[in-house]
Design a protein around this ligand. Structure first.
Ligand code: SAH
Ligand code: SF4
Length: 395
């Protein structure tokens, strides 16, 4: 990153200043040097000091860094920002799930979901892209065009926003509410691996947010060439959106399968760095009525995963407007799960969480966009003719 700043005057508006809260440690030291606010021989020490304030204490103002000299704080404030992105909407489900709609920049909005009682204590489901280029036919995000990749800073900001809301600063050593991170929000993380890997470096740093790499899981539709780099660079847990046991069906459900068919995908998964019984791959399998939910397919799944240290997550399909798919009947899901249980896979059904606030798998973003658009229309109507109450409503 190259930052050229004239510190004698504030030459950039605040919004254009680089934000230190999303930089990796080396990038942070480099930015300090390039800004001229810190002498090169002091940069490493200063970066360590700032790192603790930003990622352990969660401060968002340089003035709160009480062991940094006042003049240095002032210089830093002229050269950099530390603030959070804007929270457009915050919702809490009756099951305790929390969802934030976060505006990273104009037109760049993502949703992040905190799910209590998942993982060790609670998991944060983060987004890696706005929209998705892949078109899995059962996924609502897949119907939206890709707007852009998120930066590492924007991924880390989702964790910081959740930590703010959960009141988890300074970074607690024990009894945390947020213990796990899953890259299962919007987008395909392996099409944005550089930023995902940088974000994981920041999130897992022991002197900061300190969520261990063992508790971070990246879910992918199967971008095969990026699996090994993902494991090598992040040591994160791997989740694979499998959803079908034979190519004919997977080609339809997860079209990237035409490029990377099941047999090749399985070979790449077996080679995933660090795989062991203590570090298993999670296979996600969405339950679609009459499509992939037969007992024969459950048996085929068991055969396919043979020899791979794995867990299975059956995800009841979350419907969305316009989809032709229907969620499998509960009895069918249980029968499917029973076959997996007999093969040694414990509790594989993922209970849908936060459905009442549209926070469940595959419901992210587009739905709330629709609701907000409708709310906006109402507001506009109210402003022009105060006729909002009689206006047709689609929410
Ligand atoms: N793009 C990545 C991660 C985001 S999707 C991936 O595909 O793995 C996270 C999970 O939600 C994936 O397993 C995805 O297949 C699943 N999913 C998508 N739409 C869904 C829906 N409508 N109902 C249930 N699960 C869904
Ligand atoms: Fe993209 Fe994942 Fe949805 Fe497929 S399931 S369209 S890869 S977000």
């Amino acid at each position: 990153m190259t930052v050229t700043l004239d510190l004698t005057r504030k030459t950039l508006t605040d919004a254009a200043l680089p934000n230190l809260a999303g930089l990796t440690r080396p990038a942070l030291a480099q930015a300090l040097i390039e800004s001229g606010a810190v002498r090169p021989d002091k940069a490493k020490m200063r970066a360590t000091q700032l790192w603790r304030w930003i990622h352990h204490y969660g401060v968002t103002r340089f003035d709160d860094m009480t062991d940094v000299a006042k003049e240095t704080r002032a210089e830093l404030a002229l050269a950099f920002r530390l603030d959070r992105p804007e929270i457009v909407e915050r919702q809490v489900s009756k099951d305790g799930t929390r969802k934030w709609l976060i505006r990273m920049a104009p037109g760049i909005e993502v949703e992040t979901v905190y799910i209590p009682d998942v993982g060790r204590a609670g998991a944060l489901c983060v987004s890696s892209q706005v929209g998705c280029t892949l078109n899995c036919t059962f996924c609502h995000t897949g119907t939206q065009a890709l707007v852009r990749n998120l930066t590492a800073a924007e991924i880390v900001a989702q964790v910081q926003v959740a930590r703010d809301d959960l009141g988890e600063w300074p970074s607690p050593k024990a009894d945390r509410l947020l213990t796990n991170i899953v890259f299962m929000g919007m987008g395909e993380p392996l099409y944005n691996l550089d930023s995902v890997a940088d974000a994981i470096d920041i999130i897992s740093d022991g002197e900061g947010i300190a969520i261990s790499r063992r508790r971070i899981t990246v879910s992918t539709s199967g971008v095969l060439p990026e699996l090994e780099p993902l494991g090598r660079r992040t040591q994160a847990g791997l989740a694979i959106s499998l959803h079908a046991t034979h190519d004919d069906l997977r080609n339809v459900l997860v079209p990237i399968n035409k490029k990377y068919p099941i047999a090749e995908l399985m070979a790449a998964i077996r080679a995933y760095p660090g795989l062991s019984n203590a570090k298993r791959v999670t296979f996600e399998y969405v339950m679609l009525k009459g499509v992939n939910d037969s007992p024969a397919e459950a048996l085929a799944l068991v055969r396919l995963l043979k020899g791979i240290p794995s867990k299975i997550n059956l995800i009841p399909f979350n419907p969305w407007p316009g989809t032709d798919y229907v969620c499998s009947d509960w009895k069918t899901i249980e029968a499917f799960a029973a076959i997996l249980n007999r093969a040694g896979y414990a509790s594989p059904i993922r209970t849908p969480r936060g459905r009442d606030i549209l926070a469940a798998c595959g419901q992210l973003k587009s739905e709330s966009e629709k609701l907000r658009a409708s709310a906006r229309r109402k507001l506009a109507q109210a402003e022009v003719g105060d006729e909002a109450e009689s206006a047709p409503s689609d929410d």
